[in-house]
Design a protein around this ligand. Structure first.
Ligand code: PBG
Ligand code: ZN
Length: 327
């Protein structure tokens, strides 16, 4: 009698909300979430991004209440993307102490000092050709770009940023930034490396938001081929060696296997970027009444955490935090 085929019944632990809560393995909280903000020049600017309903480019003054809200909702932080008024071939605004992101960092840290502020560190929003580094002919010059990335990181640190996040997939970007920060006395500023960033069609809507569509070619000579898994481990290992404090996988949904793989191979905290195209797909389906937006969003974000993410960069951050606090 004892070894009946009917002994094991997983449904016993699913019967009531109370028991389901007790056996829940993954808990999503607002502090897991980081909200990306697009900062533009001007005053009183709130310019909606058509392909990303609910997202707008904001001037610094307009970003302040959003930053405050992010803090009050208990988000993990925000990540800033700057869209300067004037772009040039070397992305000068990215290293200018009076650049758009430097001014935004100072204003936000003055207004909400405890909010964790990350600066995306790349040149594509600042260069007139919109590639992620400086050009030599029609190619991105890796090592010439490193020097500028180092200067950008130092100037964000000087403006008061809490963490820099190099996203350009330049070889040795982490060691170059680490060395530049340390030389300038900023050894306590951590680096969140976009270590595994694929050349993805899911970035489409972001290019409207950040106005950084390359003027020629694409980013496949520096971002990774979506077909590659072993290369992701290699990229992550190199960034660990170079002193990265935190590793990112990007995009999220089509790359959950990579996230899990990194979780199993590395001890550093992990981040995932739930990118613009993933956001746009959910918003479009929800607008048509085809899906239940809050449930789909929370399920998706929980999936990232279950797959191994310690931090989720997502345009849903404020909505998701509100839904979590309400539930
Ligand atoms: C550029 C950058 C991109 C994103 C973040 N940083 C786009 C790109 O590589 O073209 C994409 C974010 C998103 O799609 O939400 N360094
Ligand atoms: Zn870039």
């Amino acid at each position: 009698m004892s070894n009946s085929a009917f002994t094991h019944r997983p449904r016993r632990l699913r019967r009531t909300p109370a028991i389901r809560r007790m056996v829940r393995e993954t808990r999503l909280t607002p502090e897991d979430l980081v909200l990306p903000l697009f900062i533009v020049a001007g005053e009183g600017v709130v310019k909606p991004v058509p392909s990303m309903p609910g997202v707008a480019q904001l001037s610094i003054d307009a970003a302040l209440p959003v930053a405050r809200q992010a803090f009050e909702m208990g988000l993990g932080g925000i990540i800033l993307f700057g869209i300067p008024k004037i772009k040039d071939s070397i992305g000068s605004d990215a290293v200018d102490p009076e650049g758009i992101v430097q001014r935004a960092i100072r204003a936000i840290k003055r207004e909400v000092p405890e909010l964790w502020v990350i600066a995306d560190t790349c040149l594509c929003e600042y260069t007139d050709h919109a590639h992620c580094g400086v050009l030599k002919g029609h190619e991105v010059d890796n090592d010439a770009t490193l020097e500028i990335l180092g200067r950008a990181a130092v100037s964000y640190a000087e403006a008061g940023v809490d963490m820099v996040a190099p996203s350009g997939m330049m070889d040795h970007m982490v060691s170059a930034i680490r060395a530049a920060l340390d030389r300038a006395g900023h050894s306590r500023i951590p680096i969140l490396s976009y270590a595994v960033k694929y050349a993805s069609a899911y970035y489409g809507p972001f290019r409207d938001a950040a106005e950084n569509t390359p003027s020629f070619g694409d980013r496949r000579a520096y971002q990774m081929d979506p077909a590659n898994r072993r290369e992701a481990l290699r990229e992550a290992a190199l960034d660990v060696e170079q002193g990265a404090d935190w590793l990112m996988v990007k995009p999220g949904l089509a790359y959950m296997d990579i996230l899990r793989e990194l979780r199993d191979h590395f001890e550093l905290p992990l981040a995932v970027y739930n990118v613009s195209g993933e956001y746009a797909m959910i918003k479009a389906a929800a607008a048509n009444g085809w899906i239940d937006e809050p449930r789909v969003v929370l399920e998706t974000l929980t999936g990232f955490k279950r797959a191994g993410a310690d931090m989720i960069l997502t345009y849903h951050a404020l909505d998701a935090a509100r839904w979590l606090l309400e539930s």
